[in-house]
Design a protein around this ligand. Structure first.
Ligand code: MG
Ligand code: MG
Length: 261
């Protein structure tokens, strides 16, 4: 496995700028999420917004991916391709966004409710979001990657949800995906040691039913094997001395959501 790239304080500030632009882009997308909207129209809004802010969509063309966003609805876990599909009342939709600016990537994802969703889905979203913050709490110097993994798993296991195993968080910097891998399950004290200068994307993918997934014939879309819904939240995080430094932000998204409902 590749070595872990450590970033300087200045580089982390550049990465904060990229990550905040992701948060702003997701907030712009949030303004347009409603029943009847197509996922392709959301992708176009995001691409224009990113380019208008002097950045490049991080996912577009990555490994041949056609969109600027990964948009994954209901039983789609991640890597959904934007297209003609219209969102419907009661859906949940994961929107994952990456940008490249000043040589550094930001990467963050948020799962939105479309109109009114069931209490069961509301809980899935709330708990997946909470699990992300449980993991982030452990993103401090001297801990190990497994401490993050364990914290997420330990929080989620009480609900009987499925934790996706095959897809994991990752280092992020000059490349979208760097070492180390950051699984959402694992053992305390295991894995690489965390230190300041490391920047990682933490991204629990949590399924209402089975943890098992399948990939569609499109070569991208990952969905649950039992076709039950899945949620996904992601932050780009710098390892802190005492406390994790969250470089991306959901604040702008939450401001939009507060004013919508
Ligand atoms: Mg992402
Ligand atoms: Mg990621």
């Amino acid at each position: 496995m590749a070595a872990i790239e450590l970033k300087t304080v200045e580089e982390i500030e550049l990465q904060r700028e990229s990550s905040l632009l992701v948060g702003k882009t997701l907030a712009e997308v949030a303004r347009h999420i409603r029943p009847g909207v197509t996922t392709l129209s959301l992708d176009r809004i995001a691409e224009s917004f990113i380019r208008d802010h002097g950045a490049i969509p991080g996912f577009k063309g990555y490994g041949g991916f056609p969109g600027s966003l990964c948009i994954s609805v209901n039983d789609e876990v991640v890597h959904g391709i934007p297209g003609k599909r219209e969102l419907r009342d009661g859906d949940i939709v994961s929107v994952d966004c990456g940008v490249l600016k000043n040589g550094f990537y930001g990467d963050s994802a948020y799962t939105f409710a479309v109109g009114d969703i069931s209490p069961e889905l509301r809980l899935l979203l709330d708990r997946t979001l909470s699990s992300l913050y449980e993991g982030i709490k452990m993103a401090v110097d001297g801990n190990r990657v497994g401490d993050i993994s364990f914290a997420i798993q330990n929080y989620i296991d009480q609900f009987g949800y499925g934790i996706v195993r095959e897809l994991v968080g990752h280092g992020v910097g000059r490349k979208l995906h760097e070492a180390p891998e950051v699984p959402n399950f694992g053992r305390r004290g295991a894995g690489p040691r965390l230190q300041t200068g490391m920047v990682i994307a933490i991204e629990p993918m949590i399924n209402l039913g089975t943890k098992n997934i399948t990939q569609d014939a499109d070569g991208w879309t990952i969905r649950t094997s039992d076709r039950r819904p899945s949620a996904h939240f992601e932050h780009t995080v710098a390892i802190g001395k005492e406390k994790a430094d969250i470089l991306s932000s959901f604040e702008m998204i939450e401001e939009v959501l507060k004013n919508t409902f």
